[in-house]
Design a protein around this ligand. Structure first.
Ligand code: FAD
Length: 542
């Protein structure tokens, strides 16, 4: 089933990407039931309605079962998804959700005590990756984004005329989105865009055969029937897992963590322009800035420490965190996302810890896949196999990407980290690791090597993301030659530092965007922006 030719064959008969049902077809797919009102449910419902407005989309959610309520750091792909694919107005998002910016991840990871930056403008190589390592032994400062992250600034400037000048359209960035505010905003948007809303708890899933849902029954006695059911019930996976008994594939041999304790910490107005991932005794801790405070979460392995020990370590390291909250999870995915007339999206289908902020990225990818492959009728060829293999490959590549964070992190020698270095399963990336050992950066290797390596690398992160992680953690390699005098690199580094020294603090830059909507218009409309309409279209997000 993983033969690419067979997959392509399975997709071929689907014809138009956004086919409309024909009148009178009893097997037409018109009525979509999205079960679950977390980010997966709302983003899927909005995606379906945005691209196939003729569909009758109903979102069913239970007020008695809370949303997971965490999950706030995103990737730059998601910024384009929100504004171009879903058509969300930037000014409205800023007003309602009050995002902060993420130019990348700051990792307190790898050897020594220095952090390393994993910036989203990795592909620009604007200062130079090899030069940075030759100059000072680590990857920091290799791009303008990286240099900004190190000083907690954003490339927005005050001009003499008073109007701000923004270079954000040249530095890809993502949002940190407060989960409560995001879901409240999406709920309102769904209502405005004609998505039906049913508040009810699904009690029973009634099947007409092993792979077909006939209707769902709610605890208040309603029978709800749809042509397609999208399972967005989170970890409960009420349809894909519970009702259809889809086999589950654990990622447990690569990812050992299974819990998080979370809490908020005052930042006194200091907003950092990145997500931070800090090594802890039995896992790691995130820092996600919001406008009001920093959100923290210690992701750990319950077989290495107890919940009380995790709370103690978190609150000792970051005094001021009150009322820590426990979240349990497991890493893995169901074998298939699409069975019969059920598609799982979000945590109901797959989940990994948020080390690379892949939750919302995968929801966007899954929703996009559903919208672009859903046939107009169940009588048409249904590309389930292609979708199932394609999405599984996305998830598995992310599993391997996360595994190399654990395999090579030498910052601590606790029993947990020793075990990670000894036993983490990185087999899905081993050939890539061998290629890396023979010469890096991977993204500067010759075209043939890059082409082959790219087939293994997770989309969005690509070889640039893998380079950041391996070179950032200083995993041994033969570093490629610098193809310029080091003095030239240093001149660029000085120019970059000068741009950083005059840039606004992140808080001031965000306020400039709040007050000057034209800055977002430049970002989303200008042809030379990383988030331009043409680039969105090229990414399939137009
Ligand atoms: P949920 O939010 O759990 O929503 C499930 C919905 O289903 C709820 O509305 C519930 O009411 C409904 N439901 C359930 N059962 C029933 C029923 N029987 N009847 C009716 N309705 C029902 N992702 C990122 O991108 N970035 C991050 O930084 C990040 N951090 C995370 C940190 C942690 C600790 C965890 C666990 C996850 C994190 N994620 C992150 C992932 C992210 O939170 C989720 O992927 C995302 O919120 C999607 O959740 P969901 O909508 O699938 O599920």
């Amino acid at each position: 089933a993983t033969d690419p030719l067979k997959l392509l064959g399975a997709l071929a008969p689907t014809g138009s990407d956004h086919a409309r049902p024909v009148d009178g077809d009893p097997r037409a797919i018109r009525r979509i039931g999205v079960i679950g009102g977390g980010t997966a449910g709302y983003l899927t419902a909005l995606a379906l309605k945005a691209k196939r407005p003729w569909l009758d989309v109903t979102l069913v959610e239970s007020k008695n079962i809370p949303i997971i309520g965490v999950g706030e750091a995103t990737v730059s792909y998601f910024t384009v998804f929100l504004h171009h694919y879903l058509g969300i107005d930037a000014a409205e998002l800023y007003e309602r959700v009050k995002p902060t910016w993420k130019m990348g991840i700051r990792f307190d990871w790898g050897p020594g005590t220095e952090p390393f930056m994993g910036p989203f403008d990795w592909s620009a190589d604007s200062v130079g990756l090899v030069g940075a390592i030759k100059d000072h032994g680590n990857i920091n400062g290799s791009t303008l984004g990286s240099a900004m992250m190190m000083e907690d600034r954003a490339p927005v400037y005050r001009t003499e005329g008073g109007d701000p000048l923004s270079l954000m359209k040249y530095v890809p960035f993502a949002y940190h989105l407060d989960n409560g505010r995001l879901v409240a905003y999406l709920t309102e948007l769904a209502q405005r865009r004609g998505i039906n809303h049913v508040e009810a708890t699904l009690d029973d899933v009634v099947l007409s055969d092993a792979e077909w849902v006939d209707h769902v029954r709610t605890s208040d006695g309603q029978d709800l029937s749809f042509d397609l059911y999208v399972d967005c019930t989170g970890f409960r996976s009420r349809l894909l897992g519970d009702a259809l008994k889809t086999p589950y594939q654990s990622f447990g041999s690569s990812l050992f963590t299974d819990r998080a304790v979370t809490g908020n910490l005052p930042h006194n107005g200091h907003i950092v322009p990145y997500t931070q991932a800090t090594t802890m005794n039995a896992g790691w801790c995130w820092r996600i800035p919001t406008r009001e405070d920093d959100h923290r979460g210690y992701v750990y392995s319950s077989s290495a420490i107890s919940d009380d020990e995790a709370v103690h370590e978190l609150t000792t390291r970051y005094p001021g965190i009150k009322d820590p909250r426990l979240v349990k999870f497991r890493s893995g995915r169901y074998e298939k996302a699409w069975r019969g007339n059920v598609v799982g999206i979000g945590n109901s289908y797959g989940f990994v810890e948020p080390l690379e902020s892949t939750g919302l990225l995968m929801i966007a990818t899954e929703a996009l896949t559903l919208v672009s492959t859903l046939p107009a009728s169940w009588s048409d060829p249904v590309p389930r196999d292609a979708v199932n293999v394609g999405l599984a490959q996305h998830w598995d590549a992310i599993r391997w990407l996360l595994s190399i964070h654990y395999k090579f992190n030498t910052r601590l020698d606790t029993p947990f980290w020793k075990e990670c270095r000894e036993t983490t399963d990185v087999s899905g990336f081993q050939p890539l690791l061998d290629v890396y050992a023979a010469g890096a950066p991977l993204s500067r290797r010759n075209a043939i090597v890059q082409d082959l390596a790219n087939r293994v690398a997770p989309s969005f992160f690509g070889l640039y993301g893998i380079d950041c992680l391996l070179l950032g953690q200083q995993v041994p390699t033969k570093l490629l030659e610098l193809d310029e005098p080091l003095e030239d690199w240093r001149a660029r580094d000085r120019a970059s530092k000068s741009l950083v020294s005059r840039a606004l603090s992140t808080r001031e830059a965000l306020e400039a965007f709040d007050a000057h909507p034209e800055l977002n218009r430049q970002l989303l409309n200008d042809a030379d922006s990383w988030a331009s309409p043409a680039i969105a279209a090229r990414m399939g997000l137009g």
